[in-house]
Write a protein that binds this ligand. Structure first.
Ligand code: NDP
Length: 471
């Protein structure tokens, strides 16, 4: 396959199998393509090939691997339209807005940034008696288990640093979005040497096998806390290195000195990027009573003017929920809010007779902090807005949960916002924005949001074996 000329149909044909599992379009229920789900024996065989390939991959020069990552980035960029179309059909996210084309573009950016990042060894002691150097070696074969919300981008986050540091990789895509990942891997493999990067689709047993396999040195996992706990257990026997990005329930705190109109757009997208299906999206919004009504009104107005619909229609910037399981979670939590007497400012009544997993944008006011829509992660287009009067209460409520991926503080006074940020139990705190990530800025959670940092130099360290040479 030459990626510069690939069409959507050609790309799809390379990854589909007529006898495979039907993968539905979450907007219509139509079959996007069929993927053969592999048995454990095929995963084992892929890991064995990856182990063999790792020796030659690690023996290449760093310049060589950089060059290949850059060429892989060019190949993905050249295939942007077919990749984005497939992603849009399978995941549901629109082509337009911060969605499918944006996600493919992020894959390109992260590949290039990873190629441009270096992790040189360093001399840690050098005196009359001792010379000690700290160097970074590859780990071996890295297993990547990815989610369905940003399937291409998160796969790149997991594999690019691993490849850069001389590891080979075996990817296990989410069973909901295997096509997107298989297509991305196909494009990357138009450049990469054989067996350096492999993807094995399946469901039900591959994840645990990957996490327990003796020839997997490290697992990168993005998904739920519950499955993250299972990954820890599966990997315990072989003492694997782990990077766990387990989502969260991010709080945003709006201070009374804001201009509600000026921040409303950023608040909106901080919560609803990818139709709310984002690990570091804002999922609980704490607003001071002085500006509460104005912030709510501004968000309702934006919601009314933000089109949701099938991803292939260029006008849409919000799509369906990717799967019915997630639709049911959002429905249950919004119903719990309604039953408690909270006010639904907009949304909350999906058309259950229509095709697809569309859930309307839902803004919920006058809601208590212990309501399930606040306390549990909704991972969808429903935002609870909690009123507070004392910022100490807002900080206490923000820190009350057992997760801590991101948080945000919104204020005209950045210094005051930074002071509050220092007290928030979260891996990242944004000031006057929420959820933006950057390939050079470390990203990771605290508490049950997981451990291990991704991106930049820290990301390279996390897929390397530190070695001290003393003498
Ligand atoms: P999960 O978090 O349950 O992850 C499913 C993946 O984990 C599958 O690939 C599965 O492979 C693998 N897996 C299962 N058991 C193990 C194990 N013991 N060791 C290693 N891997 C294992 O995803 P869901 O799609 O079910 O989503 C559940 C919730 O997760 C959502 O409702 C949402 O709240 C959250 N989520 C968070 C995301 C984030 O970005 N942090 C992204 C997506 C969802 P196999 O099928 O082979 O078992």
């Amino acid at each position: 396959m030459t990626s510069t000329t690939v069409s959507y149909d050609t790309l799809l044909a390379t990854i589909t199998d007529p006898d495979g599992r039907a993968i539905p379009d979450p907007a219509t229920g139509e079959v996007v393509g069929r993927v053969r789900f592999r048995p454990v024996e095929e995963l084992d065989a892929a890991i064995a090939r990856a182990r063999t390939a790792q020796i030659a991959w690690a023996a290449r020069t760093d310049e060589d691997r950089v060059d290949l990552l850059l060429r892989a980035a060019d190949a993905v960029e050249a295939a942007t339209e077919p990749l984005a179309e497939l992603l849009s059909r399978e995941q549901g996210k629109p082509l337009n807005g911060p969605n499918a084309r944006f996600e493919v573009g992020a894959c390109v950016s992260w590949l290039r940034a990873t190629a441009a990042t270096t992790l040189p060894g360093e001399t840690v002691v050098d005196d009359e008696t001792t010379h000690a150097e700290l160097r970074y070696r590859p780990l071996g074969v890295v297993g990547a288990i990815g989610p369905w919300n940003w399937p291409m981008m998160i796969t790149i986050w997991q594999i690019a640093p691993a490849l850069r540091m001389g590891n080979t990789t075996v990817v296990k895509p989410s069973e909901y979005t295997p096509l997107s990942v298989l297509a991305l891997v196909e494009v990357l493999n138009s450049v990469l040497p054989q067996d350096v990067l492999q993807a094995v689709a399946g469901a039900g047993e591959l994840g645990a096998r990957l996490a327990g396999h003796p020839d997997i040195a490290k697992v990168m996992f993005t998904g739920s806390t519950r499955t993250g706990q299972a990954v820890i257990k599966s990997s315990a026997e072989t003492v694997k290195r782990l990077t766990l990005e387990l989502g969260g329930n991010d709080a945003g705190i709006v201070l009374p000195d804001v201009d509600p109109q000026a921040i409303a757009d950023d608040l909106f997208w901080g919560a609803f990027i990818n139709t709310g299906q984002t690990c570091a999206a804002m999922k609980r919004l704490y607003v001071h009573a002085d500006v509460y009504d104005a912030v709510c009104a501004a968000l309702v107005e934006i919601a009314a003017n933000t089109p949701m619909g099938r991803g292939l229609h260029e006008a849409n910037v919000l799509g369906p929920l990717q799967n019915r399981q997630q639709f049911d979670i959002v429905s249950r939590l919004v119903e719990a809010a309604r039953a408690s007497g909270a006010t639904l400012l907009t949304g909350g009544d999906p058309d259950r007779t229509a095709p697809g997993n569309f859930y309307p944008l839902t803004l919920v006011a006058d809601i208590d902090n212990d309501n399930p829509l606040v306390a549990e992660e909704q991972f969808g287009p429903a935002l609870p807005i909690i009123r507070y009067r004392d910022v100490e209460d807002a900080i206490t409520m923000a820190n009350a949960l057992d997760v801590g991926l991101g948080a945000s503080v919104w204020s005209a006074d950045k210094a005051a916002a930074r002071t509050i940020a220092a007290r928030l139990e979260a891996g990242t705190v944004w000031i006057n924005s929420h959820g933006g990530v950057h390939p050079m800025i470390p990203f990771g959670g605290v508490k049950q949001s997981g451990y291990g940092l991704e991106f930049g130099v820290e990301g390279l360290k996390s897929v390397s074996a530190p070695q001290v040479v003393n003498g």
